[in-house]
Write a protein that binds this ligand. Structure first.
Ligand code: DI6
Ligand code: FE
Length: 410
């Protein structure tokens, strides 16, 4: 008997490959082979080169179950201390966001709680959130700093992000978000804070290998275009890619700025202008839409979806998981909300949490089911792709493979 050439073969699968021209890149009655942690073969089972039993060491017959790439959440702030559920309660009892901020709540309270905990405490609090996303099929996750606003705490957040990746066996990409809010110690010294972020914090954390990309909150209540450009210049000098929270609450032309730096993504974008869309299209910058924040803030102004489509800007969807404006722990639910509130098609929403999310992280080795890609796969209690964003919540995950190995989901 000849030696099987593949480690594992999935048979009788409905494959949403997100490659090729067909909707969802769909292959029915499909087969997918894994070898050495990569996808070794993919196509209709009838095209397999020999009888399946002779081809692989082990075989799974899936009875038509849907298989997608492992999902990719390309924008989260899921490492933080404490929570803000009490503020949610206060708001629903009539307090305004401003009242809460004046009373020391809001982002400042998360900064205090994040500074208060050591690394283990922060990991203990944050890990369940990453675990919830994993349970929903997420195998690659971006995590930002930005609730420390001092070197020691920003470092701690990024180290916890790395430890989440190691603990769960998933890929974690880190973004340094020093320009998220003004650190309280710098209340009347904005310029000094921006200098501290650019000249001290970013170079130190980058030298420690803790930074995969650099982000900023470019907004009236955040940082100006000029301040953002300073941190982007520093990132460029360090050879790090940039991305931006842009046009969430107002139009500061941040998307055009990040496009000018050939940034990976511009995120939020409810107030994005036509010229911003054009700049993103020209630079290949991905539009990351965050329906969780739109929903939780009860926003009414939609991102310019038609213009993004018309100019061929790739659209990704993420949870924006954070304690203030998007306490969202399901990427599939984010895709559902994107369909319902942004009117994305299921195919757009699902490309947004796979192929285009990979692109938003600059990762060329995942997000599609194509030979040579990492074997990060999700198998679903579903028979067709649209189900993933049709069901509102629930647990549809049937099996998960990371780097070619099956993951036990407790
Ligand atoms: N945009 C937001 O909406 C959040 N951060 C950001 O950059 C707010 C984060 C928080 O309130 O904790
Ligand atoms: Fe965010």
């Amino acid at each position: 008997m000849s030696t099987p050439r593949w480690d594992h073969l999935l048979l009788d699968a409905t494959l949403a490959t997100f490659a090729g021209d067909r909707p969802f890149g769909l292959i029915e009655a499909g087969a997918l082979a894994l070898k050495d942690g990569r996808i070794a073969w993919v196509g209709p089972a009838c095209d397999l080169p020999a009888a399946p039993d002779t081809l692989a060491t082990s075989i799974d017959r899936l009875d038509g179950a849907l298989v997608t790439p492992g999902l990719i959440d390309c924008h989260t702030h899921l490492v933080f201390g404490g929570d803000r559920a009490h503020e949610f309660d206060l708001r629903l009892n009539g307090a305004s966001y401003e009242d809460i901020a004046k009373a020391g709540g809001g982002i400042a309270s998360t900064v205090r709680a994040t500074r208060a905990g050591d690394e283990d405490a922060l990991l203990r609090q944050s890990l369940p959130r990453a675990h919830a996303l994993l349970h929903d099929g997420v195998t690659t996750l971006e995590i930002k700093s930005g609730y420390g606003l001092d070197l020691a705490t920003e470092r701690r957040m990024l180290r916890v992000a790395r430890r989440i990746g190691e603990t769960l066996g998933i890929t974690v990409r880190t973004s340094f978000l020093g320009l998220h809010a003004l650190a309280p110690e710098y209340r009347d010294r904005r310029t000094d804070y921006v200098a501290q972020v650019c000249e001290a914090m970013l170079p130190a954390l980058a030298a420690e290998g803790l930074v995969d990309a650099v982000d900023a909150f470019c907004e009236g209540i955040g940082f100006s275009r000029e301040e953002t450009a300073r941190v982007f210049e520093r990132a460029k000098a360090l050879g790090l890619p940039v991305k931006l929270h842009a046009e969430q609450l107002s139009d500061l032309d941040g998307a055009a700025l990040v496009a000018q730096y050939r940034g990976l993504s511009a995120d939020h974008l409810e107030h994005l202008s036509e010229s911003g869309v054009r700049a993103m299209a020209a630079a290949g910058t991905v539009a990351v839409l965050l329906p969780g924040a739109f929903y939780a803030l009860r926003e009414t102004r939609l991102p310019p979806i038609d213009a993004l489509r018309a100019h061929g800007v790739p659209i990704a969807i993420a949870t924006d998981c954070n304690p203030g404006t998007s306490p969202l722990l399901s990427l599939r639910l984010a895709a559902n909300v994107a369909c319902m509130l942004f009117r994305l098609t299921p195919e757009e929403a699902l490309r947004g949490i796979t192929a285009n999310a990979a692109r938003a992280l600059g990762l060329g080795d995942r997000g599609t089911l194509v030979v040579g890609q990492r074997a990060d796969l999700a198998v679903w209690h579903a028979l067709q792709p649209a189900e993933l964003c049709y069901w509102i919540g629930g647990n549809l995950l049937r099996a998960l493979w990371i780097g070619g190995a099956p993951v036990t989901i407790p």
